[in-house]
Ligand binder design. Sequence first.
Ligand SMILES: Cc1ncc(COP(=O)(O)O)c(C=O)c1O
Length: 401
Amino acid sequence: MKVKSYFPIFDNQPDLVYLDSAATTQKPQSVIEAIVNYYSKNCSNVHRGMYYLAEQATADYEASRTKVKVFLNAKKDKEIIFTSGTTAALNLVGYAFLAPRLNSGQEIVVSLAEHHSNFVIWQQLAIKNNCRLRVCRLDENYRLDLEHLSQLLTERTALIAINHVSNITGTINPIKAIATLAKRYSIPVVVDGAQAVAHLPVDVADLGVDFYCFSGHKVYGPTGTGILYANEKYLNQMEPWLLGGDMISKVGLDSSAWNEPPYRFEAGTPNVAGVIGLGAAMDFMTSLNWQSIAKREEDLLGQLTSGLASRNLEIFIPESHRSALVSFAVENIHPHDIVSLLAEKNVAARAGFHCAEPFHRAQAKNHGTVRFSLGIYNDQVDVKAGLDALDYALETMRAYA
Ligand SMILES: Cc1ncc(COP(=O)(O)O)c(C=O)c1O
């Protein structure tokens, strides 16, 4: 069975050439059905209902937690906190974990290739607490300069916040090695896994990291869902961030007491349908053969990259240790013009700073880039269509130059 046939969008949009999976992935039928099933058969709020529907919805919601735990190889269900996405998960680490323990003069280490979600929160916490944001350089091959990172780490470092896979260069960062470096000063490590989870197996125990975040919608699940994995050792040290229902154990007129983790960090009615859909996405992912996905995506990326290189474009991608996306710039042509012309050929791609302005300012001469990104449904026909459409865009723009 062709992978595309699991995804109804390709039946409904037969001409679509979807090369924008880093922005969001398409959804398999099983995920769509899980959501429809919840709304049409089991719709109820979770946790405090005594009737059948509520019990079923709660069981399905909690089953998703266990599925994510297994997917990430976390130890306990309570280490899995549902959020609305990677952005919310990183902010949760910022406000629930870091802010209460951050002292003036400390430092937070990030890289130049972070998405704004894993940059602005740390920059702002640093500003508010009289701390310093330290930004690790990339080498000439768009990989993290590990020597620089090592120099940045000191007893003043309060946190390392780093992406697993960059959403601009596709570089796969050596997270295990970074976690080992961090242990020298017992520095907690938070990983932005938004671009990793759909492309590599992630094992938080093996990586040795304290926090790992991802978005459901980038791993064939619903929008509005996300995960914060938080190592058990930190759960009780974290302050609740959002206050309200479900996160309390007792409320008096003068004080309140908090529920146990993970509920302490899931205030209010959660995205029940989304979380159940995320569980179906986890089932979908665990049914796949990672080695063959990785090989297939690597082959397609090779085809794409050599196609771009032969067109003399500036490509921002490392030679190795890279995942399923490639960004490029075309001299004297605005990236928005390129993607508008690609759209005329039904090719969906993305242009701009990709929420990574510091990288573009430093490495791409202040310009935006065009990004092609792959998902498991893409094939050689898509890549060829993307490159043909690019030729059309370049010819059209050059005719006006
Ligand atoms: C590397 C990276 N981090 C964080 C995010 C933010 O994810 P979300 O918008 O789902 O919260 C993205 C989204 O593109 C991303 O690519």
